[in-house]
Design a protein around this ligand. Structure first.
Ligand code: OGA
Ligand code: MN
Length: 285
């Protein structure tokens, strides 16, 4: 059996070395990856060579796959080139059509697809083309963020829920079929506990989705805004995060149940092409 786990020196994340993900994995190797994923929340595999079928096969080791959110994205563009499980994330425009989503702007801190009732447990992102500078992706540890909250806030958060806006992407685009949000109290999207119990580790993690258009049901608008600002200011502190600088062939998988992530902007003159799968998850509790 192969595979060596090298934790980062940051608050989360580990590199897994010695595995070729284009080949079928043994059950021991799959177990090693699953355990490392639960332990470190984000895993990095470098130097992989995967086509979409291989990416899908690898992803299925961890559960059933969710279809990509492309159908609901304003920049779904050339998604027809790929399979329904693959979400293309790219700024590349071909024949006047974006081949993927999220463009070149910053993607704000978020958790993937938390605006649905049963959000994906994890996402797997594979890099085909990356710029030399910019477009780094950061991850935040929401177990540690929860643990380090002042006790009063921790107790308050356990009693509250949060509504996760489904109308707007992490780069601020309105999804197809949605209208802009004028009053966050009317925003569409799922309501989830603000602190969730990880179904596999049993750990408690802050679960906030994304800041834009979020609302805490039951609170006055101003109180909801203040509380969310305070929580987001806290959980995005560098002490809880790790930033990955991409190289071609990197595959990163993160656990959406206990991790937030953001992507920094990059130059519109360079190409960035990533393919993503998402693993089905359960209802946050
Ligand atoms: C994602 C995402 C970040 C990136 O795939 O969910 O937010 O680095 N992408 O492209
Ligand atoms: Mn994302």
């Amino acid at each position: 059996m192969h595979g060596e786990v090298k934790p980062t020196d940051a608050a989360l994340g580990a590199e897994l070395r010695g595995l070729d993900l284009s080949k079928p994995l043994t059950s021991l190797e799959v177990e090693l990856i699953k355990q490392a994923w639960l332990d470190h929340s984000v895993l990095l595999f470098r130097g992989q060579d995967l086509d979409d079928d291989a990416l899908i096969q690898f992803s299925k080791n961890f559960g059933k796959l969710e279809l990509s959110p492309a159908s609901a994205s304003a920049t779904a563009g050339g998604q027809v080139h790929s399979q329904p499980e693959i979400w293309i994330i790219s700024n590349v425009v071909e024949d006047g059509q974006p081949i993927g989503a999220l463009g070149d702007k910053e993607a704000d801190w978020h958790t993937d697809m938390s605006y649905v009732d049963e959000p994906p447990m994890g996402s797997i992102l594979y890099s085909l083309e990356v710029p030399k500078v910019g477009g780094n992706t950061s991850f935040g540890n929401m177990y540690k963020a929860y643990e380090k909250l002042p006790a009063v806030l921790r107790d308050a958060a356990r009693e509250l829920t949060c509504r996760h806006d489904s109308s707007t992407t992490s780069v601020g685009e309105t999804r197809v079929g949605f209208e802009g949000v004028w009053d966050v109290r009317d925003a569409p999207g799922a309501v989830h506990p603000m602190v969730r119990v990880h179904p596999e580790t049993g750990g408690l993690a802050l679960y906030l989705g994304r800041r834009r258009n979020a609302y805490v049901p039951g609170l006055e608008l101003e109180d909801s805004e203040d509380l969310l600002d305070e929580l987001w200011g806290h959980c995005t502190k560098p002490e809880f995060t790790w930033t990955h600088r991409w190289a071609k062939g990197d595959l990163v998988m993160w656990d959406n149940r206990c991790v937030i992530h953001r992507r920094e902007a990059f130059s519109p003159r360079v190409r960035r092409v990533m393919h993503r799968t998402q693993i089905l998850g359960d209802k946050p509790r």
